[in-house]
Design a protein around this ligand. Structure first.
Ligand code: CA2
Length: 150
């Protein structure tokens, strides 16, 4: 049985499609989950998709991914810009990490230009709205060595 791809989401992303549609678009997090599951399904992989508003819980899930996942797609939201503890947890992982953002933080406020997560990530995909997640799952599938189902 192949291991799933973990897709973890940080604070406030539960509000997707509900608030600030001009910045983050109209899709809900539930719709983003469906997109991720569809991408992974084509390759016979499962997705474990979660969101939390709590830094410690996010770190607990990163630690869980250490044993349970073949790769991690992470939208850390604001914690990407602030959390050394999240970076420390990511650095313990033996699996690839793909950082993912809906918006393009490099084109926004200066404080969004620094990412602690980027220091532990194989790569970052940002700026494409929900498509960022599909591309990130695609990258994770490739890094897991998944083969497309016939
Ligand atoms: O673009 C992204 O995916 C971000 O990770 C989103 C974070 C932001 O702090 C990062 O710089 C970039 C913010 C997530 C907040 O999500 C909301 C969704 C709907 C309404 C309000 C907030």
């Amino acid at each position: 049985m192949s291991k799933p791809i973990y897709v973890l989401n940080g604070p406030n992303l539960n509000l997707l499609g509900v608030r600030e549609p001009t910045v983050y678009g109209k899709a809900t997090l539930e719709q983003v989950r469906e997109l991720c599951e569809a991408r992974a399904d084509a390759f016979g992989r499962k997705v474990v998709f979660r969101q939390t508003n709590h830094e410690g819980e996010l770190i607990d899930w990163v630690q869980e991914a250490r044993e349970q996942a073949c790769a991690l797609v992470l939208n850390p939201a604001g914690y990407g810009h602030t959390s050394v503890s999240l970076l420390d947890a990511l650095r313990t992982l033996p699996i690839p990490v793909v950082e993912c953002h809906l918006s393009n933080p490099a084109a926004r406020e200066h404080f969004r230009r620094h990412s602690f997560v980027a220091l532990a990530a194989a790569g970052t995909i940002s700026g494409f709205g929900p498509l960022s997640y599909e591309l990130a799952v695609d990258a994770a599938l490739r890094l897991c060595g998944a083969v497309r189902a016939a």
